[in-house]
Design a binder for this molecule. Sequence first.
Ligand code: ATP
Length: 285
Amino acid sequence: MSLTVENIQKSYRKQAVLKDVSIDFKEETIYGLLGRNGAGKSTLLNIISARIFADSGSVRLDSQRLIGNEVLQNRLFLMSEDNLYPKSMKVNKIFKLTEAFYGGFDWELANHLTQAFNLNPKLAFKKLSTGYRSILKLIVALSVPADYIFLDEPILGLDASHRDLFYRTLIQTYSDRPRTIVISTHLIEEIANIIEEFIIVDNGQVIEQKSGEAIKQSGATISGSQALVASFTEGMDVIGKDGLGGLVSYYVRDYQAQVIPEGISVSPLNLQAYFVQVTQREGEA
Ligand SMILES: Nc1ncnc2c1ncn2[C@@H]1O[C@H](COP(=O)(O)OP(=O)(O)OP(=O)(O)O)[C@@H](O)[C@H]1O
């Protein structure tokens, strides 16, 4: 089974939002979709799950186009920020509606999570707080029998202990029933341990697709005095710079280990710093 996104383009009123995006999603892999505000993540996820149309390009599951094919579309599920449920519908009814629509529902998991998160199944959607709306939508997303689950900002409004429970739940359900899960989020470091592969979108394009390990191993932060760091990093791929007093830190991509001169320190690049640097606009540093 393979999900392929090919040459997707989308514009709104002549503004190009997605410019030729192509991604091959592997089976049974957890992806992190990263990008700054307005980068095009939600638009991409909406197109992949056939909620909106691309101007050109295609989304295929096992080589078959998804557009117009409801059976195939039901193998994908998007949890989005949009509130799609009728306001007065109760939690339990939403579960039943989902089961009828997707032809299956993991009631055991849904009931277990409803209790674990302390969600009242008798409450109407409109009575739920922002955090509990996210929790409800997460439970639905994890309980549908889809092979590809897309979670757009899934932890919106969740407090720290519910976020922790969500991460643990995700790992557990993934090991019980492996499938591809794509998570779009801004809380990179929190989720870094769960993600196998990062896709970074910037300005409507995929600028990088790498495993977290590869990013960490390939990057380095080089610190020291301005003159020493500048000369040590000559010829390296410097993706960003920070400075405080006479001390500077340069962020380097694809760092090759070498003898480190006195006065210079080399440390690993964390994912958050890497992301900020590769998506930085001119004049923002
Ligand atoms: N229905 C629409 N009509 C017009 N412009 C839109 C529409 N939907 C999205 N856009 C524009 O497309 C661009 C990408 O938006 P999108 O929501 O996909 O970004 P995002 O990466 O999900 O951002 P965020 O992290 O802030 O949620 C933005 O400039 C947005 O204003």
